[in-house]
Ligand binder design. Structure first.
Ligand SMILES: Cc1ncc(COP(=O)(O)O)c(C=O)c1O
Length: 373
């Protein structure tokens, strides 16, 4: 099975270690274990010492009861038996697509998105029909275009909501229309929701599985929980066929998610409100820093992100995004992600959810660079 190179992951593998100002990062300021334990009201020393007696068995194969309950609690009307824990959201996306898509199917994928959503089905031999999100349309799906893309062989529509890289979030009215279109042809909707959970004003952000019985939600501890090192993600669905197909596949590629990952994820999920409060402050504050900088910088423009941790910033210079980003890392120690990693040009992805100081200094470095070239 041939598969294309995963552009964004290759970019990060090659350059992340060289970054002085890492604005390629998409996680919200990652937590230490100490911070997680303190925030959860535990004594870190005592807790970590007590782990010394844990036998390193596989643990709960299908996830501990605490973990499954914690994940189910992120949705409305979802029970623990609707949840399948995986190795990160990357494991979840892979498992869903490989379990459900066959060469005879077609699949609609929003673009830009996380490359798994189009390169894995393509590698299976399925036809991928891109649904381009544009700056002019605030990076939201055009419903007429979507209607024209689906037919009776459309097995799945895949979205990434909130969207990486653009930071858009599909409003409920548009989501309901997307569901009608999927329902008409009996298609699943796979929604990669790794950036879902923290709204600006603390209001609930509906998941696809709250709205559509053939909806499949993928998420993880990496982004809004600031715990990417746990490598713990999940699939949630109410559809029995989806659950069964993914569970059969899971026996071949997962076994369990790791005892420690399961344990710490369970702790984080039981304290989600505290983590979300911490992270909402970071997101809202940093989004304003980015917005102020864009408004003050003549050479750039963007659509202000409403959710997630990233924005697509367009620049008025005649240089390919990959070359621009290589020069930035080499000359200024500043890591952005080239638009070309998302099949786009004239723009870069900025991850703004790490610390405010690095964000401000990194943006200043970019201003300096734009004046020099
Ligand atoms: C949209 C999207 N989906 C999935 C992933 C993979 O996340 P995880 O760390 O949970 O495997 C990423 C990571 O950048 C992402 O941006």
């Amino acid at each position: 099975m041939k598969i294309r190179n995963f552009k964004v992951e290759q970019w990060m593998n090659e350059y992340e270690e060289d970054a002085v100002y890492n604005l390629g990062e998409t996680c919200i300021d990652s937590m230490t274990l100490r911070e997680l334990l303190e925030l959860s009201g535990k004594n870190p020393e005592e807790f970590l010492v007590s782990l010394g007696d844990e036998r390193m068995t596989y643990g709960y194969i299908e996830g501990s009861p605490e973990l499954l309950k914690g994940i189910a609690g992120l949705y409305e009307n979802i029970q623990p038996n609707n949840v399948i824990p995986t190795h990160g959201a990357i494991g979840a996306n892979h498992q869903v697509i490989i379990s459900l898509i066959e060469p005879k199917d077609n699949m609609v994928s929003v673009m830009p998105t996380y490359q798994q959503h189009y390169s894995i089905p393509e590698s299976i031999g399925a036809e991928v029909r891109p649904l381009q999100l544009t700056l002019e349309n605030n990076f939201l799906p055009d419903l007429d275009v979507l209607r024209s893309l689906v037919d009776k062989n459309t097995k799945m529509i895949t979205i990434n909501n909130p969207n990486n890289p653009s930071g858009s979030w599909i409003p409920l009215e548009i989501m309901k229309e997307i569901i009608k279109i999927a329902e008409n042809v009996g298609a699943y909707i796979l929604s990669d929701e790794v950036y879902r959970g923290i709204s600006e004003d603390d209001s609930y952000m509906p998941s696809i599985v709250d709205l559509y019985d053939k909806g499949i939600s993928v998420s993880s501890m990496s982004k809004v929980f600031s715990l990417a090192g746990l490598r713990l993600g999940w699939i949630v669905s109410k559809d029995p066929e989806v659950l069964q197909a993914c569970k059969i596949r899971r026996d071949y590629d997962t076994i369990s998610c790791g005892r420690l990952d399961d344990l710490f994820a369970g702790i984080a999920l039981s304290n989600k409100d505290k983590i979300f409060d911490r992270n909402r402050k970071i997101l809202n504050h940093n989004r304003e820093i980015l917005d102020k900088w864009v408004n003050e910088t003549e050479e750039v423009h963007y659509i202000k992100p409403v959710a997630g941790t990233t924005a697509l910033v367009y620049y008025k210079k005649n240089i390919p995004s990959y070359d621009l980003c290589v020069r930035l890392i080499k000359e200024k120690g500043l890591l952005f992600t080239p638009g070309s990693c998302f099949e786009l040009e004239g723009c870069v992805r900025i991850g703004y959810a790490f610390d405010s100081k690095t964000l401000k200094e990194g943006l200043d470095k970019f201003t300096e660079f734009l004046k020099e070239i």
